[in-house]
Design a protein around this ligand. Structure first.
Ligand code: PMP
Length: 462
């Protein structure tokens, strides 16, 4: 181990970058252009901070990829993994076997999820979770004698992962373009993105109208053919888009009316992001399934899960063989880390703190700092997540023709100023670790404002 870390320390940034360029294909990247400039090499992390191979200390405004909810460097999570690896590093749960960590995790999840969620199926990621949702939904309708209910409705600009099913469920056109083979029986309706698509409607009118697209789609397909609707309570990768207050109650009403299952993708929203344990609680609706990942283990090891409400779980349990599973379903090390992680979130009071202290403080501080900023058209968010809309004219909600370029320009300023803030098209996103302190929020918001100011200066607006 000592030798390995000495060799690592001895490597200079340039050497890492050359080796990376020589052998590593990154996700969602244009490798040709990335290799010309070289990647940033992250070497360690603690709390809400990262360090790169040049020794720069960077504040992580995105908690990795929206996942490091308890922050970096938690010894209790490391200890849980270490002990579990020594005791039982792996065993499967396929053939009439189980093990203590997966049992403990399931019991704990039943406690922290809302009433009705008592059963959990495990996988390794959010994408696999949504693949599992499809399997669960189809098995459910088959086992209650309605196998014709096959269509799943999701949204344009929704994100549900990058497996073939995850990406088919997602509504990212640029992903679909590279996928000649897609999963069948998936159709998309429009997203509840008022700033960009609401026209002259009030947010409330627009929220209703976009929800009613679900009803129109169900009627078009025939309710007897529609299995489920799936959506993120707020769209994460799509730009932290918070739907108007009217949206989810109407979606729920429509799902109930036509006996269509309501599936919440809680991969980003789950485990405290909005100040509630799950984001659907923030929006006030009651899903039939929840897809979980990211904050389930705070990203320390990979794990995903699907929470299955009683009605569906009962049918699955009575429905004979369920022909789905992964070698690492309920992996003991991942399960042990998830248990330690959830205990930190609950017993450590982390989610309470987001709800009552740091969440409101972050939302207020961000709004005060950016009030009247020449680039900002709206700030969406709750708890410790926010999306900031870049706009040419806030009053008329006019968007920049080249908004994505301006987002990237702003992100370049973030890079140079040791801030991780994500750009999604013309929205800038923040989603820091849930353990961030008020002083660290001041630093995060201060740096975000600096980078937005620098971008506005580039455009001659400041
Ligand atoms: N669903 C949502 C809402 C997500 O944000 C993501 C990942 N960003 C996924 C699913 C896919 O998760 P994974 O990358 O772990 O497969």
């Amino acid at each position: 181990h000592a030798v390995a870390s000495q060799t690592r320390a001895a490597r200079a940034t340039r050497e890492w970058q050359q080796l990376d360029a020589a052998h590593h294909i990154h996700p969602f990247s244009d490798m040709g252009s990335l290799n010309k400039v070289g990647s940033r090499v992250i070497t360690k992390a603690e709390g809400v901070y990262l360090w790169d191979s040049d020794g720069n200390k960077i504040i992580d405004g995105m908690a990795g990829l929206w996942c490091v909810n308890v922050g970096y460097g938690r010894k209790d999570l490391a200890e849980a993994a270490y002990q579990q690896i020594l005791e039982l590093p792996y065993y499967n749960t396929f053939f009439k076997t189980t093990h203590p960590p997966v049992i403990e995790l399931s019991q704990l999840l039943a406690e922290v999820t809302p009433a009705g969620f008592e059963h959990f199926f495990y996988c390794n990621s959010g994408s696999e979770g949504n693949d599992t949702v499809l399997r669960v939904v189809h098995q459910y309708w088959a086992s209650v004698g309605k196998p014709g209910k096959k269509y799943v409705i999701s949204r344009k600009n929704g994100y549900h992962g990058s497996t073939i099913a995850g990406a088919s469920l997602g509504g990212m056109g640029y992903m679909h373009e590279q996928m000649p083979s897609q999963v069948s029986h998936i159709v998309h309706i429009n997203q509840p993105y008022w700033f960009g698509e609401g026209g002259d409607m009030t947010p409330e009118q627009f929220g209703l109208q976009r929800a009613q697209e679900l009803e129109a789609k169900i009627l078009e397909l025939g309710a007897e053919n529609v299995a489920a609707f799936i959506g993120e309570p707020f769209q994460g990768a799509g730009g932290v888009i918070f739907p108007p207050s009217t949206y989810w109650p109407e979606i729920q009403r429509i799902c109930r009316k036509y006996d269509v299952l309501l599936c919440a993708d809680e991969v980003i929203g789950g485990f405290g992001r909005t100040g509630e344990w799950f984001a659907h609680q923030h929006f006030g609706f009651e899903p039939d399934t929840m897809t979980l990942a990211k904050g389930l283990t705070s990203g320390y090891v990979p794990m995903g899960a699907v929470a299955i409400n009683r009605r569906i779980a009962d049918a699955l349990i009575d429905g004979g063989d369920f022909n789905h599973g992964l070698t690492y379903s309920g992996h003991p090390v991942a399960a042990a880390v998830a248990v330690a992680n959830i205990r930190v979130l609950r017993e450590g009071g982390v989610i309470d703190q987001v709800k009552h202290a740091t969440g409101p403080y972050f939302q207020d501080t961000l709004r005060q700092a950016l009030d009247g900023h020449p680039l900002i058209g709206e700030i969406a968010g709750a708890g410790l997540v926010a999306g900031m809309q870049l706009t040419e004219d806030a009053k008329t909600r006019k968007r920049f023709a080249n908004g994505g370029d301006i987002g990237l320009q702003c992100r370049d300023h973030c890079f140079r100023n040791n801030l991780i803030m994500r750009a999604t098209g013309d929205r800038m996103l923040l989603s820091p670790p849930l353990v961030i302190s008020k002083a660290e929020i001041d630093e995060l918001v201060g740096k975000a404002k600096l980078c937005l100011d620098l971008t506005a200066k580039d455009l001659g607006l400041l």
